[in-house]
Design a protein around this ligand. Structure first.
Ligand code: NAD
Length: 437
């Protein structure tokens, strides 16, 4: 199969590289000349574990290339994937389809023979039909089908998720498009994974429903955690106790500072808008969005309490600012609420993050970046564990506490136990959903 992948961000690049590893011929296209120039030099513009090796292997095998020339890439392709961004539209919470529709038009103008135009981007119900209209308007004579193929990979584990998916969802309208999609994913059949074939609307809906459900699950446990703190229950035990029920499942039950990232905030917002547009308000999702904002704000108050009511003049060391470990992605990270509150409150903030600095420097003005958690904690008044990178999971807490001016710990990921913190010499500590001291 010959594949053109339009957009080489987290999803497009990982999908393109993995498809080439299946044995397909893949050309990855991006508008950003800088991104393409780096990829041509073998550099990866994002941080995603394992991607560099896989990319090099497939470039060397002659199956994978990069270009800014969409027309050349589409010429002769069996399938053209649209994997461009669908951020929240400024002002109204809808998904911004500008990039998707622009790509559809460009693809239409470039089509030379039959191809399936596959939307991988997360798009509101009805968008694939609009893509079909845009392509047909740009190329009235062209022979093509559209397909919806939402992506479920997680940043940080993207390659494994792509290669070993729980399921692949394909929305199609014609047997011919179904055949092409089957040929593309056939290498996965060896591993016996389920493919869910649906119409276009159901495939589009599956993606939003999945993300809204996961955001709800996280937010539910965060709200239960807040109550645990008031009533003397321990969220770790509560999560374990409910997660062992097969109907609930133990994933996504880790209480923390609120969800962030490039998907949950924008996809819950878009689903809420789709509901409003169809006079069917998504009340659970709308509440989840509000509770999540409240969760982030609650974290700021926990930190303020630990600092005896004021950040002014305090030195705070923050460990981790990306929205989760193993990614450099800072989009909608809880740190973007919490760190500015510290800086705005007059704290001197030191930040350590294994991959977050490149993105984070512009987003978090007024902080000092450090490479080493021990150095950042030296003479500090508060240590905040905000993202649970492996590097922060086995710190020598005793060494840190004794180096701090006032040993206070805010572990917003519950990596450490209150007992660990107390025996290491911390004077006070706070956790999420469990008693601090
Ligand atoms: P991204 O912003 O990292 O990348 C998008 C890329 O598309 C950019 O490099 C941009 O330059 C390029 N682009 C835009 N218009 C273009 C055009 N006309 N021609 C060529 N290139 C163009 O976005 P992402 O995080 O990869 O997300 C892409 C889509 O996948 C979104 O709809 C997102 O919701 C969805 N998604 C993302 C994830 C994730 O974990 N990031 C997971 C599942 C689904």
């Amino acid at each position: 199969m010959r594949i053109a992948m339009i957009g080489t961000g987290y999803v497009g690049l990982v999908s393109g590289v993995c498809f080439s590893d299946f044995g397909h011929d893949v050309v990855c296209v991006d508008k950003s000349e800088g991104k393409i120039a780096r990829l041509e030099r073998g550099e990866i513009p994002i941080y995603e574990p394992g991607l560099d090796l896989l990319l090099t292997r497939n470039v060397e095998a002659g199956r994978l290339s990069f270009t800014t020339d969409l027309t050349g890439a589409v010429d002769g392709a069996d399938a053209v994937f649209i994997a461009v961004g669908t951020p929240t539209r400024r002002g109204d919470g809808h998904a911004d389809l500008t990039y998707v529709m622009a790509a559809a038009e460009e693809i239409g103008r470039a089509l030379t023979g039959y191809a399936v135009i596959v939307t991988k981007s997360t798009v509101p119900v009805g968008t694939n039909r609009k893509v079909r209209e845009a392509v047909a308007a740009a190329a009235p004579e062209a022979e093509f089908d559209v397909a919806s193929n939402p992506e479920f990979l997680r940043e940080g584990a993207a390659i494994d998720d792509f290669m070993r998916p729980d399921r692949v969802v394909v929305g199609v309208e014609t047997p011919r498009a179904a055949e092409v999609m089957e040929a593309i994913y056939r290498p996965l059949y060896l591993r016996d994974f389920p493919i869910v074939t649906t119409n276009l609307e159901s495939a589009e809906m599956i993606k939003y429903a999945a993300n809204a459900f996961l955001a709800t699950k996280i937010t539910f446990i965060n709200e239960i955690a807040a109550l645990c703190e008031r009533v003397g229950a321990d969220i770790k035990q509560v999560s374990k106790g409910i997660g062992m029920d097969g109907r609930i499942g133990n994933k996504f039950l880790h209480a923390g500072p609120g969800y962030g990232g490039s998907c949950f905030p924008k996809d819950t917002s878009a689903l809420a808008r789709i509901g409003q547009d169809h006079a069917m308000p998504m009340r659970i999702t709308e509440t989840v969005m509000q509770v999540n904002e409240g969760t982030k704000a609650r974290m700021v108050e926990k930190l303020r309490d630990l600092c005896d009511g004021s950040f002014n003049g305090r030195t705070v060391a923050v460990l981790g600012v990306t929205f989760k470990p193993n990614t450099d992605d800072m989009r909608e990270a809880p740190s973007l609420t919490i760190v500015p509150a510290l800086v705005g409150g007059g704290a001197r903030v030191r930040v350590v993050d294994p991959q977050g600095r490149r993105e984070g420097e512009a987003l978090l003005p007024g902080v000092a970046w450090h490479d080493d958690p021990y150095e950042a904690a030296q003479d500090a008044d508060l240590l905040v564990v905000l993202t649970e990178w492996n590097e922060f999971r086995a710190l020598d807490l005793g060494r840190i506490a004794s180096a701090m001016a006032t040993p206070r710990l805010a572990d917003l990921r519950n990596v450490y136990s209150p007992e660990d913190a107390a025996s290491a010499g911390f004077r006070s500590a706070t956790f999420v959903g469990r008693a601090g001291f």
